[in-house]
Design a protein. Structure first.
Ligand SMILES: Cc1cc2nc3c(=O)[nH]c(=O)nc-3n(C[C@H](O)[C@H](O)[C@H](O)COP(=O)(O)OP(=O)(O)OC[C@H]3O[C@@H](n4cnc5c(N)ncnc54)[C@H](O)[C@@H]3O)c2cc1C
Length: 322
């Protein structure tokens, strides 16, 4: 089954979430059936970056009117590409702001809907997405003859595990776009506020919850994170209180993370928190309540007072590092 993977660029590089979308695309077909798509006016560098990944081929969708992103330009160009490529079964995107802007319109042009913010793909394929702030999950199966449009949630699929097949062939597709078809005038690109942390790509995270009780006690956990070379994250109440910035919040209304190690300190394990971190490879929880729900997802649990356990752990980590 042929899969079109639409990559997104930022600052002249492919966004890392695009590689997570590649991991999702590879669940829908083998690498040789995956065609990576880069869009713009000068996509040579992006195409080379994509060709080194495990994809069958790379298509550069090139037009001067695509130099800057517009929803009209991108949906017209991709519509023509899909019509030009026979037998596309799936069109996969990272679930970014840009994709949310144009992908539903693109799907509509082909009489389809976008299955957005997918967190898992099972055999069938069956796509899972969260509903009602993560309280429920919904399963979706595509029916009908047109391509199935899917965008995948950041952090839900692990990028980089797949082996590259070498250098994929690169071809160029030139869509026909008239200036009058672009109904919007692009302004300055939206710049997200400068982030000091990228939790979605962190390998180790120490996350702190309301069990810490007081902002003044946070350095205790920060010290453990530093000793472990980990990023500091938090449950929502910690960020709501302004004890840590919102960019460090994990959960349904924060970040979705999938580090190798997630150490939850004084976090109860509410569903809204779990949906953001349960994809972590190894979860360790410290909680004084043996019945805390966090232990249901933890690989290792320490039942104890964090004010005793955390300093001891920090000392042990420092001692182990010499
Ligand atoms: C629409 C919506 C969206 C939400 N989005 C998010 C989200 O994105 N992320 C998020 O985290 N939450 C989110 N929440 C909030 C969520 O429901 C929980 O309220 C929150 O996760 C609880 O945070 P907590 O575990 O830090 O605190 P608590 O639930 O209060 O848990 C504190 C834990 O610390 C333990 N503890 C206390 N003292 C100690 C000690 N001395 N040593 C060891 N353990 C101790 C306690 O046993 C307890 O388990 C959302 C809620 C709603 C309604």
């Amino acid at each position: 089954m042929s899969v079109l993977l639409v990559l997104e660029e930022s600052g002249g590089k492919i966004r890392s979430t695009s590689w997570e979308a590649l991991a999702a695309a590879l669940k829908l077909g083998p690498a040789q059936d995956v065609t990576a798509v880069v869009i713009g006016a000068q996509t040579e560098g992006l195409a080379k970056e994509a060709a080194a990944k495990p994809v069958g081929k790379v298509v550069r969708v090139e037009h001067p009117l695509l130099a800057q992103y517009t929803a009209d330009g991108f949906s017209i160009a991709l519509h023509q590409l899909i019509q030009n490529q026979n037998g596309t079964k799936f069109v996969v995107f990272p679930h970014t702001y840009q994709v949310r802007d144009y992908a539903p319109a693109l799907a509509c042009r082909l009489g389809q809907v976008l299955i957005g913010d997918v967190i898992a793909i099972e055999d069938g394929p069956v796509f899972t997405r969260q509903l009602m702030q993560g309280r429920l999950t919904g399963s979706y199966r595509h029916s009908g003859s047109g391509p199935c449009f899917v965008s995948v949630q950041a952090g839900a699929f692990r990028a980089g595990d797949e082996q590259s097949t070498g250098a994929a062939a690169i071809t160029t597709f030139s869509p026909k776009i008239e200036a009058a078809q672009i109904r919007t005038k692009p302004g300055e690109p939206f710049r997200e506020s400068a982030q000091t942390v990228d939790l979605s790509s962190a390998q180790r995270i120490v996350s702190v919850g309301r069990g810490i009780k007081d902002a003044e006690k946070l350095p205790l956990v920060q010290e453990l994170a530093s000793a472990m070379g980990a990023e500091l994250a938090a449950s929502r109440p910690i960020c709501d209180n302004g004890w840590l910035p919102m960019e460090r919040q994990v959960g349904s209304s924060g970040h979705t993370v999938s580090p190798k190690l997630y150490l939850a300190v004084g976090i109860s394990g509410a569903i809204q928190h779990l949906v953001g971190m349960k994809g972590s490879q190894c979860i360790v929880a410290i909680n004084k309540d043996p019945d805390a729900p966090i232990f249901e997802v933890a690989d290792y649990g320490i039942v104890g007072d964090l004010f005793e356990v955390v300093p001891a752990l920090t000392e042990a980590v420092k001692a182990a590092k010499g």
